[in-house]
Write a protein that binds this ligand. Structure first.
Ligand code: MRU
Length: 332
C-alpha cells in the first residue's frame, strides 16, 4: 500500500491548508487531517499528530505560511518555533521562512515548498549512502520512528533500509517498541510492513538479548539534534541502545540531514531536552499503569555521546567524527 504523504500543502498561500497524517491514530486508523489556523498546527505538533525532526521542519515551514497569512507576525512564528524544543528542524524551518518571506505569505509558501522538496531529496541521498552498510543476511535494529512518517520523504534511519530493499538485499529489521508512546511499534513496524520490509517488533528491554544472540549486526537511528562534536539527541532510550551496541561490538549509526545538525552547540550537554506530560507514563492509552501518588520523570529524548557513534549518515555521505566540523563549515 502506498501511504499518503506525512506532511503536505494543498492550495495557494491565501486559502490553502496543511494536510498531515494524524499519527496518534496509527496503526489502527490511517486518517488525514487539514489544518488552516495556527493554534491547531501547534496543537498537532505538541500532541505528536505530526512528529519526527524533518517532518516537524516541513510542518513548521507550512505552519509559518498560516501564521503570516493570519497576520500573527513574529509572535505567531515564535510560538510555532517553540512548540517543541529538541528537534532543531522546527525552529530552523520557521526561521528560514521568516527570513525569506519578509511577511509575504506567497513567498513563504515558495520557501516552505522548497524545504519540503529538499527533504525528499535529502532522505533519498541518506538512503543511497546508508544502504551500503546493509548486507545480505544482516539484522538491523532501530529505535523510535525515523522513516517516511518522520520526514517529508522516505525517512532518515529507515531510508537505507528502503534503498537496500530496492537493491535486492535480504535483511531483517528489529523495531524497538519505544516506550512510552510506542513510535517503534505503532509507526516503524507499520510503515516497514506496508512497504514490504521484513520487521519484528521487540520491547525496549529485549534489545540486549537480540544483540547478545547475534541477531543484530547494525544499528541505525535518526536524530532530533546533533551538536558540533557529533553528540546526538534522539528519542529516549537511544543512549541505552547505543551503549548496548558498543558492549556487543555492533556499529551504531545516526542518520540525519544537515538541517538536524546544530553547529552553534559545542556538545550534546547544550541540547534542550523536552519533558512531556506525566500522563504518558501513568497510562497506556486509557489504562492506568502507575498510581498518581508516585513521581514521574518523562524526558522525551536523550543524548548519545559521539564516542558511541560509528558514523553519521548524511545526504553528503557517511561522516566520521573528525569530518563533522569541516562539513558544517562548508554547508552553513
Ligand atoms: O517525539 P518524536 O516522535 O517526535 O521523536 C522522534 C524521534 O526521536 C526520531 O527518531 C527523530 O526525530 C528522527 S526523525 C527522522
Amino acid at each position: 500500500m502506498a501511504l499518503p504523504r506525512t506532511v503536505d500543502w494543498q492550495g495557494d498561500a491565501a486559502t490553502g491548508r496543511l494536510v498531515i497524517i494524524e499519527q496518534t491514530l496509527l496503526p489502527t486508523e490511517l486518517k488525514l487531517i487539514e489544518l488552516t489556523e495556527l493554534d491547531p498546527v501547534i496543537d498537532a505538533i505538541q500532541r505528536l499528530a505530526v512528529r519526527g525532526a524533518p517532518a516537524l521542519g516541513a510542518a513548521g515551514g507550512y505552519g509559518a505560511v498560516i501564521a503570516l497569512r493570519s497576520g500573527l507576525g513574529d509572535a505567531g512564528l515564535e510560538r510555532l518555533a517553540a512548540a517543541r524544543p529538541t528537534a532543531v528542524n522546527l525552529r530552523w524551518a520557521v526561521e528560514r521562512v521568516r527570513r525569506v518571506a519578509e511577511g509575504d505569505p506567497e513567498r513563504a509558501l515558495e520557501e516552505a515548498r522548497a524545504i519540503d522538496a529538499e527533504d525528499v531529496r535529502t532522505c533519498r541521498a541518506i538512503g543511497e549512502h546508508g544502504a551500503s552498510l546493509i548486507k545480505d543476511g544482516m539484522g538491523v535494529l532501530t529505535h523510535c520512528n525515523a522513516g517516511a512518517l518522520a520526514t517529508a520523504g522516505m525517512g532518515t534511519a529507515l531510508a537505507p533500509m528502503y534503498v537496500a530493499k530496492e537493491r535486492g538485499t535480504k535483511f531483517h529489521v528489529f523495531a524497538d517498541e519505544t516506550r512510552p508512546l510506542l513510535q517503534g511499534a505503532r509507526l516503524t513496524s507499520f510503515e516497514l510492513a506496508e512497504n514490504g520490509v521484513d520487521v519484528t517488533v521487540i520491547s525496549d528491554s529485549m534489545s540486549a538479548v537480540v544483540m547478545r544472540d547475534g541477531k543484530v549486526s547494525l544499528v541505525i537511528t535518526g536524530a532530533d539534534r546533533v551538536a558540533a562534536n557529533g553528540d546526538a539527541a534522539n528519542k529516549i532510550g537511544t543512549y541505552g541502545v547505543a551503549t548496548l551496541a558498543k558492549a556487543h561490538g555492533i556499529p551504531f549509526y545516526i542518520a540525519a540531514p544537515r538541517s538536524t545538525f546544530d553547529g552553534t552547540l559545542a556538545s550534546g550537554d547544550q541540547i534542550p531536552i523536552e519533558e512531556r506530560n506525566e500522563r504518558e507514563l501513568r497510562f497506556v492509552g486509557d489504562t492506568r499503569t502507575a498510581p498518581d501518588k508516585t513521581k514521574v520523570f518523562n524526558p522525551a529524548f536523550d543524548v548519545t555521546p559521539a564516542a558511541l557513534i560509528a558514523g553519521w549518515i548524511t545526504e553528503d555521505g557517511i561522516l566520521k567524527a573528525s569530518d563533522i566540523a569541516g562539513w558544517l563549515a562548508s554547508s552553513p
